[in-house]
Design a protein around this ligand. Structure first.
Ligand code: ADP
Ligand code: ASP
Ligand code: MG
Length: 411
């Protein structure tokens, strides 16, 4: 008997009728003889609405209580879907992340899964149930408090469970029919990819293609779980994310991703001497802030500006720390610009094809987009631009590399 894990995102379970449609789809999978585990997100914009309520009550809600609140969204979905399956005479049982054995560390709002003990899930499957698990949540191994896995975390619940159960496939049902060469909402002629490698998907996800949460792709890669991203509104094949050895030919470019969740921080006029960067980034690391791009400019008076990007969401809680740090290292001050976006071109073929970065910068210049920062990896080129330029930049790059057309392949 095959084990299938399916994950349905917020739009797919957005109202009661959609929930019933999902139940029909799950019922088919169950009736076809599969052991079926379903991970659900909160309905529609529930998570945003819950965050909005918390923010109206407090500027900085305690992480523990925020997680308690947000996990409720997924619990609503899991119980309703179980009821919808019962109405179709399919035995089904729902479980919270904690009941499902999803054990995490204690970082509220961004917890990492450290272990999965899926005994109750296996038991319920063996009794012939469809098992429904609330996405995006777990329980801390030391405090025993409920945690959440970060926005988009239901993808990670699904792939991690698929890994723990040895599932044959993890299907991610969403509101687009697969992974595209760019966000299809911004580039209407973006092309759906049939397949891409974990490495390429990891890079696309890390650079903001929010169709899969980054950590879900890491789980897939580390445990060899094939991921099939597809639409919950059709029966068409979607996009398969698979190991490199399963792809005969690689496209040079996979796609363009963009991310508006980062802010650019500049520590201004820092004395140009050894140890300053170490001090700044050690303090940020200790505050659990993920730094992305870093650029240092030398000015004429023997001082430097250190600029870096970090998540918007962390700016508020680290502003005082940054200002304190600036004073300590003798800098003039700190400037924070949250109206920026990161636009990235991703492709495994870049390793062997020179000139990709140059062509990307030319496309941006032709579109009149100013580049504020640049960073690269072996399979990516990223730039920071003004937020107002982001969509234009994505379209210009997509056009310049002709990504709507069937790709030129390299072996
Ligand atoms: P869900 O609620 O199902 O988890 P998300 O909103 O998290 O859905 O992710 C799906 C969305 O990701 C799509 O609606 C699309 O706008 C966006 N997206 C961004 N980049 C891409 C891409 N390269 N391919 C497909 N979708 C993308
Ligand atoms: N409901 C959560 C969110 O909106 C988790 C998810 O949908 O994956 O981020
Ligand atoms: Mg999502």
């Amino acid at each position: 008997m095959a084990i299938v894990v399916q994950k349905y995102g917020g739009t797919s379970v957005g109202d009661v009728n959609r929930m019933k449609r999902v139940a029909d789809r799950v019922a088919r999978t169950h009736r076809a003889g599969n052991q079926t585990v379903v991970v659900v997100s909160a309905m529609g914009d529930t998570t945003d609405e819950l965050v909005g309520m918390a923010e109206k009550i407090s500027d900085l809600p305690p992480g523990r209580e925020l997680d308690m609140l947000l996990t409720a969204g997924e619990r609503i979905s899991m119980a309703l879907l179980a009821m919808a399956l019962h109405a179709l005479e399919i035995p089904a049982k729902s479980f919270t992340g904690s009941q499902a054995g999803i054990i995490t560390d204690g970082s509220h709002g961004r917890a990492r899964i450290v272990d999965i003990t899926p005994g109750r899930i296996s038991g319920a499957l063996d009794e012939g149930n469809v098992v429904i698990v609330a996405g995006f949540q777990g329980v801390s191994h030391d405090t025993k408090d409920v945690t959440t896995l970060g926005r988009g975390g239901s993808d990670t619940t699904a792939v991690a469970l698929a890994a723990a159960l040895g599932a044959d496939v993890c299907e991610i049902y969403t509101d687009v029919d697969g992974v595209y060469t760019a966000d299809p909402r911004i580039v209407p002629d973006a092309r759906k990819l049939d397949r891409l490698t974990f490495e390429e998907m990891l890079e696309m996800a890390a650079q903001g293609a929010r169709v899969l949460q980054v950590r879900s792709v890491e789980f897939g890669r580390n445990h060899g779980v094939p991921i099939h991203v597809r639409s919950s509104f059709s029966y068409q094949e979607g996009t398969w994310v698979v190991p490199e050895e399963d792809i005969m030919e690689n496209a040079i470019i996979s796609g363009v991703a963009h991310d508006t969740d980062d802010a650019k921080v500049t520590v201004q006029h820092v004395p140009d001497k050894p140890g300053v960067a170490a001090d700044v980034f050690t303090a940020l690391g200790e505050a659990n802030v993920n730094i992305d791009m870093i650029v240092q400019n030398v000015s004429e008076d023997g001082t430097t500006d250190i600029s870096f990007t970090m998540p918007h969401a962390d700016v508020h809680r680290t502003r005082e720390l940054l200002e304190g740090l600036a004073r300590e290292v003798g800098a003039r001050g700190v400037a924070i610009d949250d109206q920026v976006a990161k636009v990235s071109l991703v492709g495994a073929g870049m390793k062997t094809h020179p000139g990709i970065a140059a062509a990307m910068f030319k496309a941006l210049s032709d579109a009149g987009v100013n580049i504020e920062m640049i960073s690269t990896s072996t399979i990516r080129v990223s730039v920071v631009v003004a937020a107002t330029d982001a969509e234009r930049a994505v379209r210009a790059i997509h056009d310049a590399f002709d990504l709507s057309a069937t790709p030129v392949e390299v072996s």
